[in-house]
Design a protein. Sequence first.
Length: 188
Amino acid sequence: MKIENSQVAPIVNKILIDKINKAVKIAHDQMISDFESHPVTKEIESGVSGWNQSGTLSGYGNLYTFIGFEEGMDPIAPIRYLLEKAISVKIMPPSQKSMVSNFLIELPSKQEIFSASPMPWAEGRSWAEGIEKGISGLGYYLNKLSFKSRSEEGIQAKTKIRNGAFKNTKYLSNILNDLSRNIRRGVK
């Protein structure tokens, strides 16, 4: 009796698809948990009353007022939407001479996330990218009540009032890198 590749491939592919889908689900759940518990996410979600738990502002004020989001705005929602989307797993059929199938796993990209996180005062810039690369102006930032500010809590002084610089922190890059790494580990 001879078993053809065409007979074995569907069985092997079913086992592989199940394993990959399970690994993707576990990694995706971990990514959402990492995102929700990240100090930057929590700080921005706290709005104007939050504190600088991310350490990016040397403990002064908070990212919501420093970045200048409008009071009541939810800048985390578009990123959450992109991350919560189901990750696409596609099987590429094997050739007639092979039992090996390739799989394509589509993940959200940093560029998609950066496009979904515009800086409220600088068209074409991303606040999420700024968290990782730096945002200027900390020396001019005053965390005080002002109805002239977008958030009604932070304003920019005309002269420099303090030394110090924004402390860049890995945020979504690390979360996405961990997602890829966790999927690869789960599939092995």
